[in-house]
Design a protein around this ligand. Structure first.
Ligand SMILES: C[S@@+](CC[C@H](N)C(=O)[O-])C[C@H]1O[C@@H](n2cnc3c(N)ncnc32)[C@H](O)[C@@H]1O
Length: 177
């Protein structure tokens, strides 16, 4: 992933160029905002969402970011309606019922960058609850027929710690493909 918990993930850095310049990005379950900050630094307006936005407090006054405190798992409908984003970034977060809405939130020519823990991680540590672990091919399945896959991996990594992860970068049909 990155070289530390606050560094942007190497996967996000690798595919960030696929997010159309200056396009709006959704950072879902943004946490401390490592990707919010990274993508703001690249000139994107970012919508950062988390149920706990304390880690984003220092960004509150920045006009380039919109911070939304929202529990994404409380059974209410997807909070962004039919809003579409040039980039959708999700890392180290999984709530399976959201996968279709996450994929649908990618604008034409936009890019989805998703990376989180996968089955097998339970041998190594947390998360070990199957609800939080992607099944083999699950991200491929989620984008099938909707987005074009740039890259997909399901593997054991050692950086920043030993973990089994699955990750995908996929783009919506547009003039660049
Ligand atoms: C492991 S952190 C990942 C943060 C960030 N994406 C990153 O990779 O640095 C998981 C995040 O998911 C958020 N989260 C967990 N359950 C949530 C929920 N029901 N609604 C919104 N956010 C949630 C947590 O608050 C936490 O910030």
């Amino acid at each position: 992933m990155g070289h530390g918990p606050s560094e942007p993930s190497a996967w996000v850095r690798r595919f960030a160029d696929w997010i159309p310049a200056r396009g709006a990005v959704l950072d879902l379950a943004a946490g401390g905002g490592r990707h919010t900050r990274f993508l703001m630094g690249r000139g994107h307006p970012v919508l950062a969402v988390d149920r706990d936005v304390a880690g984003l407090a220092d960004l509150r006054a920045d006009p380039a970011v919109t911070i939304i405190a929202s529990d994404l798992e409380d059974g209410r409908p997807w909070p962004f309606g039919d809003q579409r984003f040039a980039g959708v970034v999700v890392t180290n977060y999984l709530h399976r019922p959201l996968l279709p809405a996450i994929v649908a939130a990618v604008a034409p020519s936009g890019c989805l960058i998703y990376e989180t823990f996968a089955v097998g991680n339970e041998r190594l540590g947390k998360p070990s609850n199957p609800d939080f672990l992607l099944r083999p091919g699950e991200l491929l399945e989620a984008v099938r027929g909707r987005l074009t896959v740039l890259a997909y991996e399901n593997l054991e990594v050692t950086d920043p710690r030993q973990a089994v992860i699955q990750r995908i970068a996929a783009v919506s049909a547009g003039e660049r493909l």
